[in-house]
Design a protein around this ligand. Structure first.
Ligand code: FES
Ligand code: FES
Length: 209
């Protein structure tokens, strides 16, 4: 099932219906209409549950707010947030390295806090506000943080850069005048296989001056 999306305040007539087998001959039919405030109706044999878009997802219908865009979709309980972002929403800026919570490449910001999306189940992200590296593309200009990485050679191959940017963004939002020691401690969870640590720290430090 594809995810439907709609920007905040946008009225969308996009609809889709999906029927899933949920075991023992029982099925759940989901009919959904994209758009903030739209109504989502879930019908199971003998039961009808009605929810409102933006509220809690009924019967496995996930609602994610990614970079200020609403998405709804049915997810499998074992799917990670990184998998849904990349494979279902097409937001491949979030990278997967270890898939075990060790490298930090998959870091996204959830409700202001950086998290490793490869070890975070998508169903636990229901109703949460998520920022990915694609959220930097709000205009045709680079953000100051992106520019700082370029000006200070804060990357080589760039594979770790989405995780570095999201982790640094969360730190600077929380602590705009972070010291070098605080930057080093906060960034310790994101590895750089190219070894660009010195210039990455310098890039972030340039934002605190
Ligand atoms: S891919 Fe998530 S921490 Fe490595
Ligand atoms: S720039 Fe290559 S992994 Fe960091």
């Amino acid at each position: 099932m594809a995810f439907l999306s709609a920007c905040k305040g946008e009225t969308s007539t996009e609809t889709q219906t999906v029927t899933k087998t949920v075991g023992a001959g029982s099925t759940v039919t989901v009919t959904q209409t994209a758009g903030a405030g739209s109504t989502v109706t879930v019908t199971q044999p003998g039961t009808t549950v009605t929810g409102t878009g933006g509220g809690t997802a009924p019967a496995g219908l996930l609602h994610l707010i990614v970079n200020n865009i609403d998405y709804w979709g049915v997810v499998e309980p074992q799917w990670t947030l990184a998998y849904v972002l990349r494979e279902k929403l097409g937001l491949t800026g979030t990278k997967r390295g270890c898939d075990a919570g060790d490298c930090g490449y998959c870091t996204v910001i959830m409700d202001g806090v950086p998290i490793e999306s490869c070890i975070y189940l998508a169903i636990e992200a229901d109703g949460k506000k998520i920022e990915t590296v694609e959220g930097f593309n709000q205009s045709d200009k680079l953000t100051p943080l992106q520019q700082a990485f370029i000006d200070n050679d804060g990357l080589q191959c760039g594979f770790c850069t989405p995780g570095m940017l999201m982790t640094a963004k969360a730190l600077l939002a929380f602590k705009p005048k972070a010291t070098e020691a605080e930057i080093r401690e906060h960034m310790a969870g994101v590895l750089c296989r190219c070894g660009s640590y010195m210039t990455i720290i310098k890039s972030i430090q340039s934002m605190t001056a």
